[in-house]
Design a protein around this ligand. Structure first.
Ligand code: IFM
Length: 450
């Protein structure tokens, strides 16, 4: 029987993604300043096993080998982030040319082998000096971010055309400022909401800078972590709880960007915690983006629980479902639900899945192989639902696996492995997992075999 292949559009961009703090290492080299993650990861007890990103995957020194591996997989695009304090050690003012040189070399190395760079400006590593001035709570940081965007664009904008301002502003706002599990470790809901507003403003500031300093090929977007929110039952209170969760994680960011206003039900719900919004802010935030980046990992089943936290909700985890090492339910239908919803309700010009992937327990066997069937199934099932969404008119232009290689998974340290490539940390040896070989075939076929 001949194999049936679900084909993707001819110009579909197959990629993989990483982020600076998670892979680079070299945390004090060549003039780099400290980031909030450098400082936070050194506080005992904050990170599993007290791991840090000091060395991580040593990508700063091994980027040539890493680009070769990308080419072996056949990637068409690579999404990575820039470390702000590597480029501007104190966040503003003096530029560190050696830091810019690193990204310059990386971009050239990628272009040499026809891999398109997608750059994220902010994947969470704020310069520590700016944190000491109030970080994202301080509105001045918005302006510093635009200046940083200009510096990077002047150096790389002739060769880099696809830019992402922020990665997952929800995580920065709430894990960093409401739940305190990420730096700066603040636990204050109104601060988190103010931060979310400043992040959105800074996105729009950088968007304008990138457009003005780039060329007619420059495309700018933002990446949001979106989820599909399912009510646990058809009881009115659970339906309402799911709507609140949707407002909290999805609409609080989508509405300002695409509609120029925060969702009215959430403004009511947050009451006194609502951020200070200056006249003109919403017009700025809703400047047109060229694309939306969507990070999708799982769905949420939401139940009303008035006793629980500020939102009064809790989550159900169905016993029969499969879970990843992060404890996230494997729910591939959700990627279809999110894509359709974004297209129907917000109609972005184009969309990229800028992250999708899974952490499972990977074992390097005696033959030196990593047989990660669960990851292959995860990726394949999600791609099937993506294919369906494209077939129904969703303007999805590309897909980036999280992640190219195992790396520092934030508060979980190195205990969670998301990579297509296994990293043996003591030797820094890179080993292709079975999923990398499978993904190579997907790219070759421009589709998935059924
Ligand atoms: O590793 C992270 C990434 O930095 C942002 N998105 C989610 C990934 C998995 O947790």
């Amino acid at each position: 029987m001949s194999e049936k292949i679900l084909k993707f559009p001819d110009d579909f961009k197959w990629g993989a993604a990483t982020a600076s703090y998670q892979i680079e290492g070299a945390f004090r080299e060549d003039g780099k300043g400290l980031s909030i993650w450098d400082v936070f990861s050194h506080i005992p007890g904050r990170i599993q096993e007290d791991d840090t990103g000091d060395v991580a995957c040593d990508h700063y020194h091994r980027y040539r080998e890493d680009v070769k591996n990308m080419k072996k997989i056949g990637l068409k695009a690579y999404r990575f982030s820039i470390s702000w304090p590597r480029v501007i050690p104190e966040g503003r003012g003096k530029i560190n040319e050696a830091g810019l040189d690193f990204y310059d070399r990386l971009v050239d190395e990628l272009l040499k082998v026809d891999i398109e760079p997608f750059i994220t400006l902010y994947h969470w590593d704020l310069p520590q000096t700016l944190q000491e001035k109030g970080g994202w709570k301080n509105r001045d940081t918005v302006g510093y971010f635009s200046d940083y965007a200009a510096v990077v664009s002047h150096r790389l904008g002739d060769r880099v055309h696809s830019w992402i301002t922020h990665n997952e502003p929800w995580v920065v706002s709430f894990l960093g400022h409401a739940f305190g599990t990420h730096p700066p470790g603040i636990m204050d809901f109104s601060t988190a909401l103010q931060v979310s507003h400043h992040l959105l403003l800074s996105h729009a500031g950088a968007l304008e800078v990138l457009k003005n300093t780039g060329n007619d090929k420059t495309r700018v977007g933002i990446t949001l972590n979106l989820s599909s929110a399912h009510p646990a039952t058809d009881k009115e209170e659970d339906i309402k709880a799911a709507k609140i969760f949707d407002g909290f994680i999805n609409r609080w960011f989508l509405d300002p960007i695409f509609k120029g206003s925060y969702p009215p039900d959430m403004l009511d719900y947050y009451k006194d915690n609502v951020p200070e919004i200056l006249p003109g802010d919403m017009g700025v935030i809703s400047r047109k983006v060229d694309f939306l980046g969507v990070n999708y990992y799982t769905r949420h089943i939401v139940k009303a629980n008035p006793e629980e936290g500020i939102l009064g909700i809790s989550f159900l985890k169905p016993g029969e479902a499969e879970y990843t090492e992060m404890g996230w339910e494997v729910y591939p239908e959700g990627i279809y639900e999110v894509l359709k919803r974004v297209q129907d309700d917000y109609s972005p010009e184009s969309i990229y899945i800028t992250e999708n992937g899974a952490a499972f327990q990977d074992r390097l066997d005696k033959e030196g192989k990593v047989e990660d069937k669960k990851r292959i199934n995860y990726l394949k099932d999600h791609l099937c639902h993506i294919h369906k969404a494209i077939g129904e008119g969703v303007r999805l232009k590309g897909y980036f696996v999280w992640s190219l290689m195992d790396n520092f998974e934030w508060t979980y340290g190195y205990s969670r492995r998301f990579g297509l490539i296994y990293v043996d940390y003591p030797t820094q040896k890179r080993i292709f997992k079975e999923s990398a070989i499978w993904y190579k075939k997907v790219i070759e076929n421009n589709g998935i075999s059924q």
